[in-house]
Design a protein around this ligand. Structure first.
Ligand code: TSB
Ligand code: ZN
Length: 642
């Protein structure tokens, strides 16, 4: 017999080899039905895994967070088994559960899986569920595992990559066995409400140099209602997807010929970016920033000196060489700004110095992580490096944060939460001056506390040079992403030997605050497109006014007069003079989400009037042209949100 201790301190005796499922059943049939897995001495146990010794138990039920993972992880195995049955030559990469479901990476070693195969695969999954196969766990030695998966390139690589001492286990359901750490449901019959969603490409181990696998996504739920709700949410979300809207409104393109994660901004997309650029330049200028411009290409020396070469190289594109000089495409602009600081003698009276730049940079992001404009490989950051004295740190970090807060608000976005990103001592990318780290981290905490804002601390998310305050925003697609950042850095000024002359005539080291105001244009545009669903406020809209003459022969010349007047004042205006039906033109202007649609007929022409309809409103408004002009110019100038 073995002793099992429950969370409330109760102890019960069971036969050795008892399972979580049996223990749950011994309490009530309801609990047995709701149970999904269990923690035995902190380790996740499948429902049917024998318990061999005394231990503490916590039963995981459908209501618990982990239950969704267990269900979806088990569903990934079910999918793999179905694929193997229908595409017998398949070999498999990894198949984890993810936030809203699961996926499995597969190489069919033959005909690829197509969208229309998903239905067939779902049917096969249901068939396997119907056979109620037990999911049996087995522990193997490394040699046994390698023998078992001999000839399976991916699994062999995965086994070889496991750290020594780690337990290797497999799960078998019917004919199908997979390498897996667990936990699982114990029986395929518990997987009832699932759907396969999509197929994407993914490189083996996320590396473009490796072959491409197919990634099949799915989602699995405990009730029909939950599944249906989730599918409804997915359907709703699609309408907001910036990739879809970006295509419809002809804002940007991402095509294989140009390269993955390397977007092409079309004229309408550029119009938005240019507005954002003007806006950022204006607020930064008023906040005391000095704008500079530095090259995209830099010597390797710059990044060796900063420490990027040692700590950030996996995110950089490879080295280039010409005339004996070695170059990289910069992943960040900090080193360039350090050199600008160093280009002159600095006194304590000169500080703070705030250099801002709209910086184009390149980062090697894993291909699987690339997401439209949200995560790209070529990006243009609203960057700044602020050089301060010790006694100026707090005020400058606070001021930087306040500017971020203003900009987020002006753009109609909302902060989800603030993250204080700290060092994880065990990660070796961080410089090991404990005192400096403690000082910087404590300072950031104090600043946040003094500002009275709430934040979450996150270990191991700091930059290699210092702690960050990351401003997190939730996209309409449900992703939480970093939009703005303020980072405290005592390291780079030392690496670049930056100095200023103190009040007493001594050489002192400045401190650097790295600041990303509102992310990169790419990420910012992705979130704005989703936020406004393509219906931008007038100041940002790529096309602000559409003039539609009722009859080209009669009304076109009046349209042209208005066009010239507003165009010269910087308004983005177009005339639709195509020989199409009026109704068709009006509907098209509507689908393009143009803020002002002006239909021009006899009355307008004869009395110098404008009849407009604002996007999103059914009302037609007729006013004197001058009145319209004043109104729209003010709306644009004031950057009215909506
Ligand atoms: C703020 N050196 C600092 C700078 O001075 C820096 O580069 N910090 S960063 O690495 O955190 O990047 C700044 C911002 O760029 C991030 O907060 C994020 O909003 C944006 N960003 C980072 N990677 C990507 C990417 N792959 N695609 C789009 N935007 C990105
Ligand atoms: Zn920087």
């Amino acid at each position: 017999m073995i002793k099992i201790t429950f969370p409330d301190g109760n102890i019960k005796e069971f036969e050795k080899n008892v399972t979580v499922e049996k223990i749950a059943g011994s309490i009530s049939s309801g609990l047995k039905k709701a149970s999904v897995a269990g923690y035995v001495n902190g380790e996740l146990y499948d429902l049917n895994r024998p318990i061999l010794a005394d231990g503490k138990i916590k039963i995981v039920t459908k209501k618990d967070q982990e239950a969704f993972s267990v269900l979806n992880h088990s569903s990934a195995h079910l999918l793999a088994q179905a694929i193997k049955n229908l595409f017998p030559k398949s070999t498999f990469g990894v198949g984890p559960d993810i936030k809203e479901g699961f996926y499995y990476d597969v190489n069919t070693n033959g005909e690829p899986i197509k969208e229309e195969d998903l239905k067939r695969l779902e049917k096969e999954m249901s068939r396997i569920v119907g056979s109620a196969l037990e999911m049996m766990r087995k522990v193997l030695t490394r040699e046994e595992a390698l023998t078992f998966f001999k000839g399976d390139k991916y699994k062999t690589e995965l086994i070889s990559a496991l750290p020594s001492g780690e337990e290797i286990s497999t799960y078998t359901q019917g004919e199908f066995t997979d390498l897996c750490r667990g936990g699982h449901l114990g029986n395929t019959k518990q997987i009832k409400h699932f759907k396969l969603l999509s197929i994407a490409g993914a490189y083996w181990r996320g590396d473009v140099k490796n072959e491409q696998l197919q990634r099949i996504y799915g989602t699995s739920w405990f009730s029909k209602e939950d599944l249906e709700n989730h599918l409804k949410i997915l359907e709703e979300r699609k309408k907001f997807d910036h990739r879809k809207i970006g295509k419809e409104l002809r804002l940007f393109e991402i095509v294989p010929d140009a390269g993955q994660g390397l977007p092409l901004l079309l004229p309408k997309g550029y119009a938005i970016r240019k507005e954002l650029e003007n806006y950022v330049y204006e607020v930064e200028r008023k906040a005391g920033y000095l704008h500079v411009a530095t090259p995209m290409l830099g010597t390797k020396w710059l990044y060796e000196t900063s420490g990027h070469w040692a700590n950030y190289r996996e995110n950089m594109f490879p080295l280039m060489e010409r005339d004996g000089e070695e170059f990289v495409l910069r992943p960040m602009s900090c080193p360039h700004h350090m050199l600008i600081y160093k280009s002159d003698l600095r006194s304590y009276r000169d500080l703070p110095i705030r250099y801002a730049e709209i910086v184009t940079q390149h980062r090697y992001e894993a291909s699987g992580a690339l997401t439209g404009l949200e995560r790209v490989r070529a990006m243009t950051l609203t960057d700044a490096h602020i050089f301060v004295r010790q006694d100026q740190i707090k005020d400058e970090v606070k001021a930087a944060y306040k500017l971020i807060d203003k900009v987020i608000n002006d753009l109609g976005l909302e902060i989800e939460y603030l993250e204080l990103a700290l060092r994880d001592k065990d990660k070796d990318k961080y410089h090991d001056d404990d005192q400096l780290w403690d000082k910087a981290e404590n300072m950031m905490r104090e600043i946040l506390d003094e500002m009275g804002v709430e934040y979450r601390e996150e270990l191991g998310e700091a930059a290699f040079y210092g702690p960050k305050i990351d401003v997190q925003v939730r996209t309409m697609m449900g992703h939480v992403i970093t939009m703005s950042t303020v980072q405290l850095d005592f390291l780079l000024p030392v690496r670049f030997d930056l100095n200023y002359i103190s009040q007493t005539g001594k050489k002192e080291k400045p401190i650097v605050i790295h600041r990303g105001l509102i992310s990169t244009w790419e990420r910012l545009m992705s979130i704005l497109i989703e936020q406004y669903r393509g219906a931008f406020p007038t100041w940002l809209a790529p096309e602000q006014v559409k003039l539609i003459p009722v009859n080209n022969n009669v009304h076109l010349s009046y349209c042209e007069t208005i066009y010239e007047d507003l165009f010269d004042l910087g308004v983005r205006i177009e005339i639709d003079s195509r020989e199409e039906k009026l109704g068709y033109k009006i509907r098209e202007a509507q689908t393009k989400k143009i803020p002002y649609q002006l239909v021009v007929g006899d009355k307008e022409k004869d009395e110098n009037l404008i009849t407009y309809r604002k996007y999103g409103s059914d009302q037609q408004v007729t006013v004197k042209y001058q009145q319209f002009k004043t109104m729209i110019l003010k709306e644009i100038k004031d950057r009215v949100k909506k």
